[in-house]
Design a protein around this ligand. Structure first.
Ligand SMILES: Nc1ncnc2c1ncn2[C@@H]1O[C@H](COP(=O)(O)OP(=O)(O)OP(=O)(O)O)[C@@H](O)[C@H]1O
Ligand SMILES: [Mg+2]
Length: 287
């Protein structure tokens, strides 16, 4: 935990447009050091665009425009900065190093023509002035941390030669290689089966506990929210309709949309044990 009183990240009145269409409309939220914030909402509500804006990738990769708002990053022992207003050369240093992202679609995030090793090594060496051999050691170490079996062999593979779950682990390895203060995980488990999903969420949580990173977990699955989140931001049609501590969102939802989302989850904690009497078994276990 940071000893600073300022939140690690403060998003104020962020608005993002594609042409005339407003994909993110006046969105504000905060992220404290070490905590997990879930962003939930239906398909098309603006979750990914919000995440890509925090990384300032929305302009680069998809021709969006941040038309107003602030993205204030307050790293401990560093000068606070507004990411919405930072030039590209400074942003390159911040991406990966301070904020990194596990993308919704691993195959688009990993380059098919390069081996896992060359991508991890490149990601590390673009930020750290170290030899190739040391970078390979770091990459191997990350592969072990994300529990990829036989990491020496898998490091030499190309992304399409790995299973979906393995690719997801490689992305997590890449995202965490430089010990970022903030990890954004955009639906990191949607494409995976339930067992692998639970493993990946557990892995992110373990790594977060080891490194103290804050996590922004994007999902439309309230079961995932119950399992990992400290606080929740609910988005609908480009806007934040409600936000608060996870207990408050589940116990006393205010907005009809939040109520509808929760009504679709038969019972909180159903992921652990559908007969469990406690309301937040997984959250409390980890508290
Ligand atoms: N590059 C783009 N050009 C134009 N519109 C876009 C672009 N990217 C996203 N949008 C639009 O912005 C809105 C928000 O999209 P976003 O990807 O953030 O949704 P999401 O909440 O992540 O949905 P999902 O749960 O399906 O991933 C959608 O209406 C989408 O069509
Ligand atoms: Mg999305």
């Amino acid at each position: 935990m940071s000893d600073s009183a300022l939140p690690l990240l403060e998003v104020n009145n962020l608005t993002v447009k594609f042409g005339d269409f407003t994909a993110v409309d006046d969105v504000s939220f905060q992220l404290n050091a070490g905590e997990t914030l879930a962003i939930v909402g239906e398909s098309g509500s603006g979750k990914t665009v919000t995440a890509l804006s925090l990384m300032r990738l929305v302009e680069l990769s998809s021709r969006g425009r941040i038309t107003s708002g602030e993205i204030l990053l307050n790293p401990p022992n560093e000068i606070p900065m507004d990411l919405a207003d930072l030039p590209e050369d400074k942003l390159r240093k911040i991406r990966g190093e301070l904020i990194s992202m596990i993308f919704q679609e691993p195959l688009t995030a990993l380059n098919p023509v390069f081996s896992v090793q060359s991508q991890l090594v490149e990601a590390i060496r673009s930020h750290r002035d170290i030899s190739k051999a040391s970078a390979i050691e770091m990459a191997l170490d990350m592969m072990r941390k994300v529990r990829i079996p036989d990491p020496e062999q898998r490091l030499k593979r190309f992304p399409h030669e790995l299973s979906g779950g393995m690719r997801q682990r490689v992305m997590i390895a890449q995202a965490l290689a430089l010990n970022p203060q903030i990890l954004i995980a955009d639906e990191p488990t949607t494409a995976l089966d339930v067992t692998i999903q639970a493993q990946i969420l557990g892995l992110i949580k373990d790594l977060q506990e080891q490194t103290g990173s804050a996590v922004i977990m994007i999902t439309h699955d309230m079961g995932v929210v119950a399992q990992v989140a400290d606080r929740v931001v609910v988005m609908r049609q480009s806007k934040v309709v409600e936000q608060g501590p996870v207990e408050q969102i589940f116990d006393d939802p205010q907005h009809p949309y939040t109520k509808a989302l929760l009504a679709a989850v038969p019972r909180l904690g159903s992921m652990a044990d559908k007969d469990a009497p406690e309301k937040f078994p997984l959250v409390e276990q980890d508290a």
